[in-house]
Design a protein around this ligand. Structure first.
Ligand code: ADP
Ligand code: MG
Length: 598
């Protein structure tokens, strides 16, 4: 996703710029650096996590005001230590931001659809007015006389000096963000866009993932605010209002909301554009009226029309492939494999549905359904479209909760438990409507299935301290992909596979979880004959290893040659069950399938 020379190139530029450019441009670059830090958080939150926030400017304000207050006011004795240096104020500012973000996140992140952005507007406005109202923060006039930051005894009191700090912090944030995204925790975050149902079924705690990027993006914003405050040495509420919150979003969208480098490009373009309009337009149109705001708005609309996915992805299309980074994944095929779960002894009952009923309003999608699956057995669930098969899968896997009845997995009642919990117990599934992340590589999509088999979290990921575990997870994904016959397309985007292969990818992902029960919803749909045969062989092999498999399938030839037993459903009810051969001549089944032609 990123050209590989960018980070060293940027580091070099950062070193040289203040020596080569006049102070005016250094100041401009300081602003670009400060904005990019905030936008980087938005890339995580909005571009990658799918949550739109208008409120980032308020977190910038939180960082700025905390430090402004602590370094300029008469502090009570117990707090006096924090006023001694901007660095201590930064520490407190970040802690406060984490606390506020956790609180606001708990209140708003559960909201869905339009309510979430509206929620961010609400708290963005509240914090903004809080800054303007509090007497101790100087009201609308703000706070002045902030000290400069000093680093290793050097006072960063000039634009050219603080430039290095701003850009060093930004580079660090870029590295942290890239490391994080390129990890188990990062895959869980990226999975948010593939829908919560899929992510939770792979064992991802989606609320936790959301909270993580919410807090991290707030911390980036607060650090930007701290740097801003001590660059300006003065703060007032204006730059932390909703208008600026919207500008940050513009920057993210224009650069390319899902890419780390898009953040830099977007902030750069918006800042330079604004500056050029402010400098140029008054001399053309007279200084009456805010023509620059109007022109800026029009340009933004134009940019969004011409490059709806942002400028960065558009630029990348022109970069020759050899300059683009190979995926940052290094596959170590000699590494110790992940430990495996001991499968239950052959023939043991793994899953039981007892009188499961699920009503949607007046519609009874599952009506008193009962079935059992044993280890070392393939059970087929068949029935006409709309019979309620997928609904039953959802009841069995914790995606949904039955209206009445019981589901027992490994002897434990699981209805009411989350799909995440059920996944941890050893149930893994695929979906009738394929749920994967089309832009993520095949390998990483499958590695998501192994989420529960890793344990390192955000901090280890950001610092790349979990490389060994990560290599084991990726190696597991590779092995499962080779096992299902997709070993040749590890690095291709999952969305480029044919639909049939995407189904197979989902099976590899499910296997990565090391389950004892597999639920496959129409795994053979869209496969060619040869691929079906290969799938049949794979499922037989899994069965002989002791796996329990429950599958929904329409292709009767496939089912009849493969499975041990069949359960037939119609109108939400079980109408027959038995051996495959028996079902072929069962009058109720023929009636359901052929409308009673016999
Ligand atoms: P199958 O997988 O056997 O084709 P489904 O389980 O998808 O059937 O659907 C069974 C019935 O339940 C259908 O009539 C479908 O419209 C209905 N249904 C499924 N999910 C929902 C839902 N979330 N809300 C309302 N109706 C639903
Ligand atoms: Mg279905």
């Amino acid at each position: 996703m990123n050209p590989r020379y960018l980070l060293p190139l940027l580091t070099l530029m950062v070193g040289l710029v203040p020596l080569l450019l006049p102070p005016y441009y250094v100041t401009l670059l300081n602003y670009i650096g400060l904005y990019t830090l905030v936008v980087l958080g938005l890339v995580l939150l909005t571009g990658i996590g799918g949550m739109t926030s208008f409120g980032q400017a308020a977190f910038v304000g939180l960082g700025a005001y905390t430090s402004a207050y602590l370094t300029t006011s008469e502090l009570p004795d117990w707090l006096a230590w924090a006023g001694a240096s901007p660095w201590l104020a930064l520490l407190l500012g970040v802690l406060l931001t984490v606390a506020v973000a956790l609180l606001l996140g708990a209140l708003t992140l559960r909201l869905s659809g339009h309510y979430l952005p509206l929620g961010t507007i609400a708290w963005g406005l509240s914090l903004y007015y809080l800054f303007g109202t509090l007497e101790s923060l100087g009201g609308h006039t703000g706070v002045s006389g902030l000290p400069s930051i000093s680093l290793f005894g050097v006072l960063l009191d000039k634009g050219e000096k603080i430039f290095y700090l701003i850009w060093a912090v930004l580079l660090l944030a870029i590295v942290i963000t890239q490391n994080l995204l390129n990890s188990r925790e990062g895959r869980a975050i990226r999975a948010l866009k593939g829908g919560q149902v899929m992510a939770e079924s792979m064992g991802v705690n989606t609320l936790r993932s959301k909270m993580l990027i919410f807090v991290l993006s707030a911390v980036f914003a607060a650090v930007s605010g701290w740097l801003y405050a001590h660059t300006q040495r003065f703060v007032n509420p204006t730059p932390f209002g909703l208008g600026m919150g919207i500008d940050y979003l513009f920057m993210a969208l224009i650069g390319g909301v899902a890419s780390v480098w898009g953040a830099l490009l977007g902030s750069g373009i918006v800042t330079l554009l604004k500056q050029a309009l402010q400098d140029g337009l008054p001399s053309l149109m007279g200084s009456q009226g805010n023509y620059e705001t109007i022109a800026f708005g029009l340009l933004i609309v134009l940019l969004m029309q011409r490059a709806p996915g942002g400028l960065w992805p558009m630029l990348l299309r022109f970069v020759p492939a050899r300059f683009k980074a190979r995926p940052l994944l290094s596959l170590d095929t000699n590494i110790t494999p992940l430990p495996r779960r001991a499968l239950p002894e052959h023939g043991r009952q793994i899953l039981e549905a007892r009188g499961v009923t699920r009503c949607f309003g007046g519609l009874v999608a599952n009506n008193d359904m009962s079935l059992q699956v044993h280890s070392g057995e393939i059970l087929a669930l068949i029935g006409p479209n709309g019979a309620g098969k997928s609904t039953l899968f959802n009841q069995l896997s914790g995606v949904d909760t039955p209206t009445s009845g019981e589901v027992l997995f490994m002897g434990q009642r699981i209805n009411g438990l989350s799909s995440r919990h059920v996944a941890r117990m050893g149930l893994s599934r695929t979906f009738q409507h394929v749920k994967l992340l089309p832009e993520m590589s095949v390998l990483e999509n499958v590695a998501l299935g192994a989420h529960l088999r890793g344990r390192h979290g955000m901090v280890a990921a950001a610092l790349h301290l979990e490389r060994r575990e990560e290599a084991r997870l990726l190696n597991e994904a590779r092995q499962q992909l080779e096992r299902v016959g997709l070993g040749d397309c590890l690095y291709e985007p999952a969305g480029s596979l044919a639909l049939g292969q995407q189904r197979i990818l989902e099976i590899a992902r499910a296997l990565c979880a090391d389950p004892c029960l597999l639920l496959l919803d129409e795994p053979a749909a869209g496969l060619r004959l040869k691929e079906k045969e290969a799938l049949g062989l794979l499922l037989s092999r899994l069965r002989s290893e002791g796996m329990a498999i429950l599958l929904v399938e329409h292709d009767m030839d496939f089912v009849m040659g493969l499975v041990d037993r069949v359960v037939v459903m119609e109108f939400g009810q079980r109408i027959a069950q038995g051996l495959p051969e028996e079902m072929q001549s069962n009058p109720a089944v023929l009636e359901a399938y052929l409308g009673g032609v016999e």
